[in-house]
Design a protein around this ligand. Structure first.
Ligand code: ADP
Ligand code: MG
Length: 207
């Protein structure tokens, strides 16, 4: 059994739904168990800026597949999501990167592990360190990159809008952010908005 971490990204065709589906498909890989799902994060595109924001997450897997077999599995899932390879940093329905495969260091033609660019990317490190805080990576190196947590995995495979840190003046923005575009059930959205209301009320209480 090897613990592997997979970076997930999408910025086309309902990115949140693509990411959530990808988690389920990773869980269904042969000889593999899905151990953890990170929160979903929103990040600005890297390189080619004229494209939609990305939704990013990281999955922790326990697998008996070799690193090469796992990469093939990841590419098979990408293809099921209609991934087309056009140009570097192009928009994509689904990108699955093998970030870490145990402590292996691999430098083969089609597979480098640890993933060569992961240390410079906040949208990788933030979700990775969320589910594996013991790993020796430093987010401070990419402090200038903004990633915004948009949904938290609560229990099992259920995601709930992330509302922490939102104050009264942020309410409208948060409501816009969470209500129309999250792939979560409506009652969860309503609950999140009620919590925002409570928060707004609390902020009016004079100490
Ligand atoms: P990127 O993720 O860098 O935007 P692609 O997803 O198009 O680019 O991947 C390009 C190639 O990177 C793939 O054909 C794959 O063989 C190779 N590759 C090398 N190392 C890895 C890795 N650790 N995880 C995923 N793909 C990798
Ligand atoms: Mg990739």
């Amino acid at each position: 059994m090897t613990i592997a971490y997979v970076g997930i990204g999408s910025n086309l065709d309902d990115p949140q739904a693509q990411v959530m589906r990808a988690f389920d498909e990773l869980a269904a890989l042969p000889r593999t168990r899905l151990d953890a799902r990170s929160s979903l994060y929103r990040s600005a595109p890297v390189g080619h800026a004229d494209q939609p924001d990305f939704v990013n997450a990281v999955a922790a897997l326990e697998t008996e597949l070799s690193a090469q077999q796992l990469l093939q599995g990841l590419q098979g899932i990408e293809q099921k999501h209609g991934r087309k390879r056009s140009f570097a940093n192009a928009p994509r329905t689904l990108d699955l990167d093998l970030l870490l495969y145990g402590s292996a260091e691999i430098d083969a033609a089609g597979l480098q592990v640890p993933h060569p660019r992961m240390r410079e990317r906040a949208f990788v490190l933030q979700p990775l360190l969320e589910i594996a805080p013991e790993l020796p990576f430093d987010l401070a190196r990419c402090r200038d990159q903004r990633v915004e947590r948009i949904a938290i995995c609560r229990e099992g495979r259920r995601y709930e809008p992330a509302v922490e840190g939102v104050n009264h003046s942020g309410r409208k923005r948060a409501a816009q952010l969470h209500a129309p575009d999250l792939g979560v059930e409506r009652d969860l959205q309503q609950r999140a908005l009620r919590r925002l209301d409570d928060h707004a009320k609390a902020s009016f209480i004079v100490p």
